[in-house]
Design a protein around this ligand. Structure first.
Ligand SMILES: Nc1ncnc2c1ncn2[C@@H]1O[C@H](COP(=O)(O)OP(=O)(O)O)[C@@H](O)[C@H]1O
Ligand SMILES: [Mg+2]
Length: 250
């Protein structure tokens, strides 16, 4: 059996608000095997982003533990957690989050600079080549299409060769054709490079690129599907929206 790249044990996350607290995650236990591609789905507000941020060390659970390989994230100081994140974790967002004043190559080189390394030109070129953008190295984000910007964001997330790549609706702002290009790249990173990918999505077609789909409802795991088609996933999510609504106490 392959080792787990990430394991969450009884993870809960509560947010304090003006009128009390909101429970975003409640006792979530999940493992993501090394070299696998998992999609996370669920209704809006079900805790998908919170799950990803806790798993990626961008947020801390209120209780429970998160392990990356052999490292217990919840035990790390802020500083060590930041260093670990820079080295071992990649994250891509729906809104790309590229720096507008930097070129594609400068954006891709940024994580290496943050890690105190001097980026080699060849290494930045190679990262852009892998996402099919070698010719766009000198372009700024505003000179690139949405799909190209997301591919720059992917190259930036991958330049440090992270063990796990997280995506929070990485194709949510893309049309279906460019979305599929990004999904095919993610799939290739898992198949050809053995990387681990965990991606939140609303789209059953996007989720069907994954090996496994985990469903969240009201901050809890509500079952999963393995090797499912887009049609099977769509049927399951349609049921979830209803069961999620029924679960709300009245
Ligand atoms: N920073 C925050 N402060 C207060 N509540 C939050 C915060 N972030 C998320 N929540 C709440 O936690 C729940 C889960 O949110 P989120 O993880 O963003 O869900 P999803 O990504 O599935 O839409 C929601 O009820 C949301 O309102
Ligand atoms: Mg979200």
């Amino acid at each position: 059996m392959r080792p787990d790249a990430i394991e969450l044990r009884s993870v809960s996350r509560r947010y304090g608000t003006a009128d009390g607290s909101v429970s975003a995650l409640e006792g979530v236990s999940l493992a993501f095997g090394a070299g696998t591609f998992t999609a996370v789905m669920g209704p809006s507000g079900s805790g998908k982003s919170t799950l990803l941020q806790c798993a990626a060390g961008l947020d801390r659970p209120t209780s429970g533990s998160v392990r990356l390989g052999e490292t217990e994230l919840t035990a790390l100081s802020e500083r060590r957690l930041t260093l670990l994140r820079r080295k071992r974790i990649g994250f891509v967002f729906q809104a790309f989050n590229l720096l507008p004043s930097l070129t594609a190559a400068q954006n891709v080189a940024l994580p290496l600079r943050l890690a105190g390394r001097r980026p080699r030109r060849a290494e930045v070129r190679e990262a852009l080549r892998r996402v099919g953008l070698a010719e766009r190295a000198g372009h700024r984000p505003s000179e690139l299409s949405g799909g190209q910007q997301q591919r720059v964001a992917l190259a930036r997330a991958l330049i440090t060769r992270p063990e796990v790549l997280f995506g929070d609706e990485p194709t949510g702002a893309l049309d279906s054709v460019t979305g599929r290009e990004v999904l095919a790249l993610l799939r290739g990173m898992v198949d050809a490079e053995g990387r681990t990918v965990v991606m939140v999505t609303h789209d059953p077609v996007a989720a069907s690129y994954a090996d496994r789909v985990v469903f969240l409802v009201d901050g809890r795991v509500h079952g999963e599907l393995a090797g499912a088609s887009a049609g099977e996933i769509a049927a399951r999510t349609a049921g979830l929206e209803t069961s999620g609504a029924e679960a709300v106490p009245c």
